[in-house]
Design a binder for this molecule. Sequence first.
Ligand SMILES: [Zn+2]
Length: 323
Amino acid sequence: MKKTIIDMHCDTILRCLQGKSLRDMEGTHINLQKMKEGGVAVQCFALFIMTNGDGADYGFEQKSPYEVYQALLQVFQDQMQQNQDLIRQVRSSEEILSGIRSGQQMALLTMEDAAPAEGKLERFAEFYEEGIRMMTLTWNYENCIAFPNSKNAIAHNTLGLKPFGYEALERMNELGIIADISHVSARCFWDVMEHSKKPVIASHSCARRICDHPRNLSDDQLRALADRGGMVGINFFYDFLEDHPEPRSTIESVVRHMRHIKDVAGAEVLGWGSDYDGIPGTLEWGDSAGMPILLDALSPYFTDDELDLICWKNFVRVLKDNE
Ligand SMILES: [Zn+2]
């Protein structure tokens, strides 16, 4: 079953940083051909801000978070320029809706780790200007905004948004940048829930009840997201799908998480957050081109209308509510 899909998270821009082209690169989960085959109309491309020496493989170890952002933004813009016959950057729910109607392939820019703000509130207007419409508040390190998820339960439950983080959240709400709470601590999740004036998204996380990992969301968190009109995108990383897995992501485990989340929080909270090209292991359905295989497996448990919500309508709703 093929449907229009919006995928809320991938790290594919890193592959382009290594000189590959979105058009036809091989050995990746995503390229423009695979997107088309899979029905993916909108791919959210994250600028993944490597910090704390993680960018050494890319020659980034001496760069500030803001400089890493600038370098990755340039790669994204070059890709949009080089492939403008096949894909274009979009910046609003209206553009996405008209692009879907006319069968276009679209890219929405996001940022993973808000570290490039570097404590400067005025940076958010700049990010918005470049088209960034969703920002993961942290990656797996503390930054100027907040603290990340942790296997240490005390840290996870007590270290949340920082004073600058509250200001940043308010600015993001004003501008229309969705706060993405994948990766943050549980304390930060609840701080954001309490203070955000707009619905928020966990762009690439799963259900903690099914797989007990601090990157996943508890049933209470899932219900809180749903109550406030937000959503969660299912992550395809085997570590978040199953407790003692082989390095292999199964269709059955994806279906299990999605059924559970629907049961506790409703289909209006669900979406896709593949994490393509950012996760190791093999995927039973292959890659971006294999999305119809996942839809076939979901179809006995979800109505056609629910699948439309999950595949694209929920995200358009949340984006619009943030505009
Ligand atoms: Zn991530």
